[in-house]
Design a protein around this ligand. Structure first.
Ligand code: SAM
Length: 278
């Protein structure tokens, strides 16, 4: 089960997502070692179908990696509001899109209470974030409220088996160094997953479709694998500064041996995709 930290807004806002470094470490692993060369963000935009001059709200935007990736393809008349619980993330998003500021508005807010009038947006994007929200029903109610009649929610999330090989790697390491583990890097029992997402969406949307993005990782380098583990909400990543340097050195050596023992490449199956709900 994901640790309590995974849905603790104070921890998420002030530690895990205080700035974009943890998330960028995870994005870097995907960018470097994904087997599907098309790319998640490009695929994501392919799924989006909106009217001209669409008004879009993204909740939990992080550092705006989606928009950076798809900028050359973006219709110039879309008006996009990017919001996140974390001020550090909103600052990173604004910095990353500063050259395109006329198309974007940035706000700090919790997806559970949206400061927008009802029926305002053609689409809400909620990507890899609904599993963090403690009151999921409140967030979905708010998203439904701010959507126009016939508006669309695009909600990306992971399946319960997503990147299980990293979970197994993390557990093996924690055991080797004697760290007592919660499950901060497992996707098992996610609050909002590919498996249970439709059930959560059904009270608010009549048309719900799930689309999966086929992908995997072939990880051939120890450093990004170690950095990934240290970026998670797991107990390994939250060690105090006294223990951390020793554990970090041990992790790198462990990751090298782990990859070598698998013929030089750790295969990591992914399970990720998107709900389109109207
Ligand atoms: C895994 S990141 C995903 C970022 C981005 N959507 C992406 O796909 O690259 C989750 C983001 O959701 C934000 N978040 C977590 N709980 C939230 C909440 N209750 N309301 C708004 N944002 C939240 C975090 O601060 C973080 O930036």
């Amino acid at each position: 089960m994901p640790s309590g930290k995974f849905t603790d807004p104070e921890y998420l806002r002030t530690r895990q997502y205080a700035d974009d470094r943890n998330l960028q470490a995870r994005i870097a692993l995907h960018r470097r070692f994904s087997t599907n060369a098309y790319g998640w963000f490009q695929w994501y935009l392919d799924q989006v179908s909106l009217p001209p001059a669409a008004r879009i709200l993204e909740v939990g935007c992080g550092p705006a990696a989606l928009w950076q990736d798809v900028l050359p393809r973006l219709p110039g008349d879309w008006r996009i509001t990017l919001s996140d619980l974390s001020l550090g993330m909103v600052r990173a998003a604004r910095g990353n899109l500063s050259a395109h500021s006329s198309q974007f508005i940035f706000t700090v807010n919790n997806a559970q209470t949206l400061p927008f009038p009802g029926g305002h947006f053609d689409a809400v994007f909620a990507n890899h974030m609904l599993y963090h929200v403690p009151d999921l029903a409140a967030a979905l109610r708010e998203i439904r409220r701010v959507l126009k009649a016939g508006g669309t929610l695009y909600a990306a999330t992971n399946g319960e088996r997503h990147m299980e090989a990293i979970n197994i790697f993390g557990r093996a390491f924690a055991e080797a160094v004697g760290v007592r583990l919660d499950d901060g890097f497992s996707n098992r029992n996610l609050r909002f997953s590919l498996e249970n997402g439709a059930k959560h969406l059904r009270p608010y949307f009549t048309h719900i479709e799930r689309r999966d993005y086929p992908d995997a990782l072939e990880v051939t380098e120890a450093e990004p694998l170690a950095a990934y583990l240290l970026s998670t909400t797991s107990a390994v990543a939250r060690l105090d500064s006294r223990r951390r340097p020793r554990v970090e050195a041990a992790l790198l050596a462990f990751a090298r041996e782990y990859i070598a023992a698998r013929g030089g490449s750790l295969h990591v199956a992914k399970s990720t995709g998107l709900f389109i709900a109207r």
